[in-house]
Write a protein that binds this ligand. Structure first.
Ligand code: PMP
Length: 311
């Protein structure tokens, strides 16, 4: 999201305020980040109705509250408060494009190693972020020399900002070596996920994805894709431990996540998957996902929270 334009109104602990006023002191930067957790949510325009709808809002907010709880912060906001805040924020900013919504919670702290405050401050902001679903983007991925964090160290299930240093090491290494994305292995050598996205393989007509005990973030897009694949595309989906060499022997693979959306992986460690082009199953998933997030396919209305005008 490097070049993202942040919209002028920010929500902070119950109040809408101008972006310029939503500041903390520079001396807090490091320590506030240690205990912080966040979410990343997309809202998509429906090209037919011109309506903006937030995709899987409550699923993301539930995971946000779970992350806050697991880092032992106390949050004054309920799920409904956050849901209403997201709508108020989008109505205040009135985006005319697809956007990315970022809830963020942190506690003030004076030191890196202690918990001087348990009160979560919650901030939501919104930025423009164009969808790449129809851009034809592909990924040449590489298995990282960095190991994925594990549950009893820095639990990947918790969407904590500090976890993303592990992601940064892997993503930076992949880029430096001329790849698009990294794939991280667990300490046991099984496949986990990418730095900010989950993985799906297609072998023998089935989708296979590392299980939730494979040191992954319990991704909402992964769940969404599994449901679409089973219910709309009539595909079998298996969640299990995945070996590294399965990456090389799969006919197809793709990344999935809110930010990355659905991106076909066409090679891993310079070994082409299938014919080295996006596979048929991947393309079917990508198209179905695109149509559903935008509401062009009206099924799963419970996944889309239409922003609409202020009440
Ligand atoms: N894994 C990691 C490490 C992530 O940061 C993300 C992005 N939130 C994902 C997977 C995908 O999760 P989701 O589908 O919920 O966005």
């Amino acid at each position: 999201m490097a070049e993202a334009t942040i919209f002028p109104t920010v929500w902070w602990d119950g109040k809408l305020m101008p972006y310029e006023n939503a500041t903390i002191n520079v001396t807090q930067i490091g320590t506030a980040s240690v205990s912080s957790v966040f979410e990343g949510i997309r809202a998509y325009m429906n090209p037919q109705t011109g309506e903006l709808a937030i995709f899987q809002l409550d699923a993301h907010l539930k995971r946000f509250l779970q992350s806050i709880r697991l880092v032992r912060l106390e949050c004054a906001c309920t799920l409904q408060d956050l849901h209403d805040a997201a709508l108020a924020l989008l109505r205040a900013n009135q985006p005319a494009t697809d956007v990315y919504l970022r809830p963020f919670a942190y506690a003030e702290s004076r030191t890196f190693g202690s918990a001087t405050s348990t009160r979560a401050q919650v901030i939501l902001h919104v930025a423009a972020w164009e969808s790449k679903l129809q851009s034809g983007a592909v990924s040449h991925a590489a298995v990282s020399s960095w190991t994925r964090l594990s549950d009893n160290q820095m639990a990947p299930r918790v969407k904590a900002s500090a976890n993303y240093l592990n992601s940064r090491y892997a993503a930076e290494e992949a880029k430096r070596n001329g790849y698009d994305h990294a794939l991280l292995l667990t300490p046991q050598g099984k496949v986990a996920e990418g730095p900010g996205m989950c993985l799906m393989l297609a072998r023998d007509g089935k989708l296979i994805t590392p299980s939730v005990t494979s040191d992954i973030l319990e991704s909402i897009t992964r769940e969404t894709v599994m449901q679409i694949a089973r219910e709309k595309l009539n595909l079998a989906v298996v969640e299990r431990a995945v070996d590294r060499t399965e990456l090389y022997t799969s006919a197809e693979a793709f990344f999935c996540g809110t930010g990355i959306e659905i991106v076909p992986i066409v090679s891993v460690d310079r070994l082409a998957l299938g014919d080295g082009k996006p596979g048929v199953i991947t393309q079917r998933v990508q198209t179905a996902y695109h149509d559903i997030v935008r509401g062009i396919d009206a099924s799963y209305p419970e996944w889309r929270t239409v922003v609409g005008a202020a009440a």
